[in-house]
Design a protein around this ligand. Structure first.
Ligand SMILES: Cc1cc2nc3c(=O)[nH]c(=O)nc-3n(C[C@H](O)[C@H](O)[C@H](O)COP(=O)(O)OP(=O)(O)OC[C@H]3O[C@@H](n4cnc5c(N)ncnc54)[C@H](O)[C@@H]3O)c2cc1C
Length: 392
């Protein structure tokens, strides 16, 4: 990739809505992304490899467990700080942000919220430093948008449980040290199960040939009579609400992250449009290109304000699932549209790895599907405002 010249757009001075601490956290992450992600990310994506050398750096900047209390190794930050970290990481690459989202919201969050004190002490500090990497197994081959139908199950054998089933499309699965797996018990109740790498009967093959999120490793989780002890089951919450609450936290992070990807595409396209000469003039002087750029900054500004407000509500414990759905859906769609438009502004150069736009565009095709698809989030808004479910 060419030199990283990124300058974040802030058309409505939304910086004034942030505290000094927020700005410091954002600047630290932004600088780290420039130094540690931009120079290596294109190569990692071309090779379809997660760059494991960034794990320690991610841990240092607070990307693992930003809002988890310090007593468990987390950073004890507020929700806006967490969001800003996700925004800056995704400005670098959605795959990098995905790894941090999964670790924080889908692995550390359920252990912190639903785990026993022993489970918290055993896993959280190691996850916060990156010594352990985690993954979250909810989706199954036959159950994506409808995870409540899952067939993965744990059977009570008296002295232990037996876990059977398979999960697919699981981020970080092939190299995770611990998997938070959702499975039905003998009564059909969904439980969170902590499955550690290396236990007999557990494999995590990698999923190859992705054109999207290539710097994030994806895989399956396969359980064949895996012996689970009581102390590896999360005791403090069960039912579908437990994984859905984790997804709320992750979706909130995605809403911020998508703004980062959009800002990077806009900034790249704006700079290119001012420099690229056709018909003797910068292409930025042509009305059609200005329309694209003007619409981009308008949509980014709207998303910045919407998401900051969601962060305030989340800090106050007042953000609803439906508000998070609306924000995730709006921002990812906005970012994908901007990536497509920005790519056109770069002409043929837009399809190369010299610029980040095509990579963002491909990544966002996953982001618009995972953690609830674009359509499902719309139906959640529909259900919220009408009181009628159109999807279940
Ligand atoms: C790169 C990547 C990483 C992922 N990481 C994880 C992970 O770490 N952990 C995990 O558990 N999962 C993960 N997922 C899975 C992801 O969450 C699912 O792909 C997603 O929930 C959609 O499920 P599906 O792909 O089975 O699509 P389906 O549920 O089969 O949906 C297909 C289409 O039908 C539509 N549809 C479905 N039901 C309805 C309805 N009732 N009304 C209208 N339209 C409907 C959907 O909107 C979609 O457009 C990941 C996916 C990807 C691509």
């Amino acid at each position: 990739m060419s030199q990283d010249l990124y300058q974040a757009p802030d058309y409505f001075q939304t910086d004034e809505l942030l505290t000094e601490e927020h700005k410091l956290i954002r600047e630290t992450t932004r600088e780290w992304v420039k130094k540690s992600i931009s120079p290596i990310i294109e190569d990692a994506c071309q090779k379809a490899e997660f760059p494991k050398q960034i794990i320690k750096g991610l841990a240092k900047i607070g990307a693992f467990g930003a809002y988890i209390p310090e007593e468990y190794g987390g950073f004890g930050l507020d929700q806006i700080s967490y969001g800003l970290i996700m925004q800056e990481l995704e400005r670098g690459d959605s795959g990098v942000r995905s790894t941090a989202s999964v670790q924080s919201s889908l692995v550390m969050y359920p252990i912190w919220k639903y785990g026993s004190e022993e489970q918290r002490i055993k896993f959280l500090p190691k996850l916060a430093t990156g010594e352990f990497i985690g993954c979250f197994g909810l989706t199954e081959p036959g159950y994506g948008s409808n995870p409540g139908g899952m067939v993965t199950n744990i059977k009570n054998m008296g002295s232990h449980y037996l876990l059977n089933g398979a999960k697919m499309w699981i981020s970080n699965a092939p190299f995770a040290d611990v998997a938070v797996v959702w499975a039905k018990d003998d009564k059909g109740r969904i439980k969170g199960v902590l499955v550690e790498r290396g236990v007999e009967g557990f494999t995590a093959p990698e999923t190859h040939n992705k054109w999207s999120l290539r710097a994030s490793t994806t895989g399956e989780l396969v359980f064949d009579n895996v012996k689970i002890h009581e102390d590896n089951i999360l005791p403090n919450k069960d039912g579908l609400g437990a994984p859905l609450e984790c997804l709320d936290s992750a979706r909130y992070g995605i809403a911020w992250g998508a703004i980062g990807a959009a800002m990077d595409c806009y900034d790249t396209a704006l700079r290119y449009a001012k420099e690229r000469i056709q018909f003797g003039k910068p292409i930025a002087s042509f009305q059609l290109q200005q329309k694209k750029l003007a619409e981009m900054i308008t949509e980014i500004t709207k998303a910045q304000l919407l998401t900051w407000r969601l962060g305030v509500l989340k800090n106050e414990g007042r953000a609803t699932c439906a508000q998070i759905s609306m924000c995730k859906r709006n921002n990812v769609d906005m970012a994908l549209t901007i990536a497509r438009e920005a790519r056109q502004i770069l002409g043929a150069m837009g399809i190369t790895g010299e610029y980040s736009i095509m990579r963002h565009m491909m990544n966002l095709e996953s982001v618009i599907t995972y953690e609830g698809t674009h359509d499902i989030h719309l139906l959640i808004t529909g259900m919220d405002i009408t009181g009628e479910s159109a999807f279940k």
